[in-house]
Ligand binder design. Structure first.
Ligand code: ADP
Length: 326
């Protein structure tokens, strides 16, 4: 809510006292501002959709939060180790990845989150459009400053995919699978996509921005993706609380990121394999200047897919579009 990525302490305090009346006097003493200033801030929160009751001589009571992914709501659902150090929240933005890259260039710390209620220019790989309507999904980017080799950056996409799939499985109870390299599927339809971008020298990563777009409560999609996209709501038949999924994802991501930095990539790879919908299946891959068909054998430490072709050769594919053949 605050422009510099820090949290609004008054809202944080009211959230910690949800359902309890706190006097204006107590609030003005606690925050060292006048009661009028408190009253003004309360009204600003009401404008955002917070239901705050006020009773003369008794005080204010936060009754209900709006369905917004505000930093204070996220922090309240913590604790997080490094992910919530700074959280930038936007009602509408072009692309959270673009904003995160700008912030990273200006020195934003490891773990900074950029969240938008709506993206007007959400992107997938190769600049493809990512549909991100207001309030219906989680459109988020994370700034990371990992101690990995540049060639190992795809590991972050893999870690992010595992964390998101686990969060979805745990909170919604649906069979969410990972489609190499960067999608999450439910019943063969795309529920989320991940876009990892980095700034690096030959041998050193300056920063990585990992973005995830997750369809949560979308009830419908534009005609061109109607048959290939789904949301958690469509898959489960129920409205899903975005904040719950988001905070579950963040804690899963922190845990898995710790393993990644701790040199335990094999463990992540093991989880990735278990959640993959590609391995052991026949796939066709269309890359920028090649086309390949065969059986997907495994993924290696650089995130490359290993394909056994019909001629019996094993090919290593770093990027491309996969379609499942069976
Ligand atoms: P892929 O991994 O399939 O190549 P990208 O990462 O390039 O996908 O993501 C962009 C593509 O995803 C778009 O071209 C479109 O087909 C599809 N798409 C766009 N928005 C959504 C969405 N909200 N949910 C599911 N699929 C989408």
């Amino acid at each position: 809510m605050a422009k510099d990525g820090s949290v609004n302490e008054l809202l944080l305090f009211l959230l910690s006292k949800k359902g309890i009346y706190v006097s204006g006097e107590e609030l003005s003493e606690k925050f060292g501002v006048s009661r009028t200033a408190i009253w003004k801030q309360i009204n600003r929160l009401r404008e955002l959709g917070y239901e705050i009751d006020s009773v003369p001589r008794v005080g204010y009571c936060l009754k209900k939060s709006p369905d917004l992914l505000l930093p204070e709501e996220i922090v309240q659902n913590g604790p997080f180790e490094f992910l919530a150090s700074k959280i930038y929240h936007y009602t509408s933005i072009g692309s959270t990845n673009d904003e995160a890259k700008k912030l990273a260039q200006m020195g934003a710390p490891h773990g900074t989150l950029v969240i938008a209620e709506e993206q007007t220019g959400g992107r997938g790989r190769l600049g493809r459009k990512w549909v991100s309507p207001p309030g219906q999904g989680i459109w988020l980017s994370i700034i990371l400053r990992p101690s990995l080799e540049p060639s190992e950056a795809p590991r972050i996409t893999m870690a992010c995919a595992v964390a998101a799939a686990k969060a979805i499985r745990q909170e919604v109870g649906v069979n969410c699978l990972i489609k190499w390299p960067n999608d999450l599927l439910i019943d063969g339809k795309k529920v989320a996509g991940i876009l990892t971008e980095m700034s690096a020298d030959m041998d050193k990563i300056h920063y990585v921005v990992t973005g995830i777009g997750m369809n949560v409560n979308n009830a419908e999609f534009p005609p061109d993706i109607e048959k290939t996209a789904t949301s958690l709501k469509l898959a489960s038949g129920e409205e899903v609380e975005r904040l719950k999924i988001l905070t579950q994802f963040l804690s899963q991501f922190e845990e898995i990121y710790r393993s990644l930095e701790g040199g335990k990539f094999e463990a992540i790879l093991g989880e990735w394999r278990q959640l993959s919908c590609n391995l052991g299946k026949r796939v066709r891959i269309i890359g920028r200047n090649f086309e390949l068909e065969g059986t997907a054998l495994d993924v290696d430490g650089d995130g490359a897919l290993l394909i056994k072709t019909d001629e019996g050769q094993v090919e290593r594919v770093l990027s491309g579009d996969v379609s499942l053949r069976e």
